[in-house]
Design a protein around this ligand. Sequence first.
Ligand code: GDG
Length: 502
Amino acid sequence: MTAEAERPDDVPESEGGTPTRRANFVVVANRLPVDRVEHPDGTTTWRTSPGGLVTALEPVMHSHHGAWVGWHGAPDEVLDPFENDGLELVPVPLSAGEVEDYYEGFSNATLWPLYHDVVAPPEFRREWWDAYVRVNQRFADRTAAVADEGAVVWVQDYQLQLVPQMLREQRPDLHIGFFLHIPFPPTELYIQLPWRDQILRGLLGADLVGFQLGGGAQNFQRLVRQRLHLDTRREFVHAADGRTVMARAYPISIAAESLHELASSDKTAARAAEIRDDLGNPKVLLLGVDRLDYTKGLPERIQAFGELVAEGRIDPEEAALVQVATPSRERVEQYRHLRDDIDRQVGRINSEVGRIGRPPITYLHASYPRDEMAALYRAADVMIVTPLRDGMNLVAKEYVACRQGDDGALVLSEFAGAARELRQAYLINPHDIDGLKETILEAINAPARVKARRMRLLRRQVFEHDIDSWARAFLDDLDRVVGDQLDWPARALGGAPTREQG
Ligand code: GDG
């Protein structure tokens, strides 16, 4: 059943029905893990979008009665809960005005740049904040309506930081976890936010607040002491209502085995060879894969490569750079500017140093299926990952998982969370263009045995710390912090929990 919202800028009149059975494991995220597929005959179906989170949580979702609460991606549309691929999906409606103010505005033009060390200036607008509060309340209300007595609720990411507290006010019986996928900023930056205390209180509604790195957890602890005058001890915060809240790091990872399997198939091998062939069989294929985002350091990477070619230190007859930049947040102004800047930068380099049929940079502003990504990773000799700030960066781990032997080299920014674990990568500071250039050359020219030793250690790290161990560690700690017999989510994932500190 669908119905138009009455007024685009306001709360839809109805928020959709309630599922027949209440869930005892609920994931709450800005987006549902599905995309709508429209067929030629006019009918529509849903396809599960292959994300690490869905894959990791599927065993828990299926072995217990799981539900996923999130926006379905279309504004001004109210949908009833539905099932897809065995997942119970609970759509949260957003009006077009709310998509602008809550999602593009407060989430992506205020919080995103602020939490990424202000690499772009955050905008603080009161009407965006109002929409953020309203939409967070709606997510909390929907979740409260679908969660069974004593259920475990896992809230995801920066768009929903008020949900834990809003949910606890209505449903003190729930066990609430929250995980932040992006960095949690240093106190000096965080306190720029006019609504800094409200967000801290929002997060403290959870029993467990998870961060990518230990530094994020420490920033959070410092802030609750300074701003809210709460006591903290080791990784625990004593909340104002007498509860103990745990704050610690859980570095996220990937489904390493299944990605490796995909990359190892004959089909992927053939496609990887074809990609190299289409590029004129360069001796060295360098690769970048990012959402087109100003935190990812694309201009720095392209600048470094362009200079190496212009200076004759990289021969474009022998080396090629493929850069995939997946379209992202195209209605946010800063992202439109970035796209134009990179188009110009790539055009300039290719026109100055390229020759007919062999541009040094192949720039692809598009999104590809998973098997094509695996073929690209498999084909690449050097992966270049240069974010100015990044919570983790899964691309770096995916490249490592796709290696077949011990060949290949990973150039990785120190400012990606992944750098804490992937110590044997060629680590760089993306602001230091000369240093970046030298390291790219080092990664290209290192002896095979040096590359092999580094890659072996990287592979071990990625395969031993995959997405399953991440989810297990989080859910196991959530069980322990609520101090009751609720150890089932971790058990459903199997095996002993691993504990990691970033
Ligand atoms: C946030 C945090 C944190 C990219 N293009 C295509 C495609 N991708 C996939 C990659 C990778 C994912 O998207 C991107 O993940 P990242 O981790 O690199 O970056 P963010 O999108 O910024 O993610 C980040 C992450 O959350 C998880 O916590 O690591 O720090 O910013 O999986 O492969 N996938 C397909 N086609 C594409 O064109 N199929």
